[in-house]
Ligand binder design. Sequence first.
Ligand SMILES: Cc1cc2nc3c(=O)[nH]c(=O)nc-3n(C[C@H](O)[C@H](O)[C@H](O)COP(=O)(O)OP(=O)(O)OC[C@H]3O[C@@H](n4cnc5c(N)ncnc54)[C@H](O)[C@@H]3O)c2cc1C
Ligand code: SF4
Length: 347
Amino acid sequence: MSDPILVVGGGPAGLSAAHSLARAGQKVILVEKTDILGGAPIHSGYAKLVPSGEWAKDAIGSMVDRVTGNADIEVVTGDVVQSFDGKPGGFSVTLKSGRSFRTPAAILCSGFTHFDSVNKPEWGFGRFPDVVTTTQVEQMISSGAGVRRPSNGEKPKRVAILLCVGSRDRQIGRDWCSKICCSVSANMAMEIREELPDCHVYIYYMDIRTFGLLETKYYWKSQEEFKVKYIKARIAEVTSDGDKVIVKGEDTLVKRPITIPFDMVVHAIGMDPNTDNMTLSSVFGVDLEPHGFIDRQNTYGLFGGTSREGVLVAGSATGPETIDDSISQGAGAAMSALGFVRSLTAA
Ligand SMILES: Cc1cc2nc3c(=O)[nH]c(=O)nc-3n(C[C@H](O)[C@H](O)[C@H](O)COP(=O)(O)OP(=O)(O)OC[C@H]3O[C@@H](n4cnc5c(N)ncnc54)[C@H](O)[C@@H]3O)c2cc1C
Ligand code: SF4
């Protein structure tokens, strides 16, 4: 039996990697920096997930349970890796708490950081209380409080969801598409309409990227069954008259300026590289790709491989990914790590 494989991060990718390894009889140490497993869907209180429609706390909660209930997985929370030295097959790891152990390989599943909307000041977040983010609305729904205007607690009658906030925006150095926010926003629009049938919901977009089968389930359904309205626009600014929040911009289909007041404006925030990535890059000796995510090398040769042999990566640590893809990548990287460790034992 080899030393335990190190998994860094206890979100969907890390939970999947740890579980896949343990199912194959491999011992695992999972190191999570916060006190709670589950990653962004649990930390940020997501409501019903796209595309399963399951509540995040149930879907990801069951992934957490099967990891914490597995005797082959040791979970260490509230800690991070401080040093990682040695060679593939025999790395020595020291945690910030001072604990040390050996591991033959590591899988980095350290995820992403939500875009902070204060970096888009002209769109009103942090200046007007009724300008919120998708994660805040997810929390309103998942907590059972319902969607309410933060300024006065009232039910909104008109809501605008602005897509691509912190994504596809070269002016602020983020030219990537965050992949899932179109579908998440269409889903959220339907949830708002379901809870508040008198509330009109508008989605402001550049393009709609409800990719693959999600086109039917979210893009068309939200319009045809839930009467969500889509406006193709370039947004200039979000202001306020002291009560309403006002979205100003240009309708790019008819090429006319539009100024529309709303009770609430929701930023569909994107996925930034984990703010820990510079540290992770230096501690684990792995390269970052130009946007700041952890670079994957030769996916066709070794799934999840990084620039350092014996260190793999999975999930949104590599770039914007969905939960489904993060889970698949966690399992794929686990297979790569296992194959590597077994080849050492056989040699
Ligand atoms: C608003 C919003 C809504 C979304 N809704 C959906 C949805 O409905 N469906 C869907 O498929 N996707 C959704 N996503 C995307 C989803 O959040 C990601 O696909 C998913 O969280 C990626 O999982 P992960 O394990 O790769 O990363 P994360 O969920 O980010 O988990 C990473 C974990 O690693 C830990 N960590 C970070 N740094 C370190 C470190 N240095 N050491 C140790 N641990 C560390 C973190 O604390 C965290 O627990 C949404 C994204 C956003 C922004
Ligand atoms: S998924 Fe949609 S909202 Fe998100 S960045 Fe891509 S185009 Fe914009």
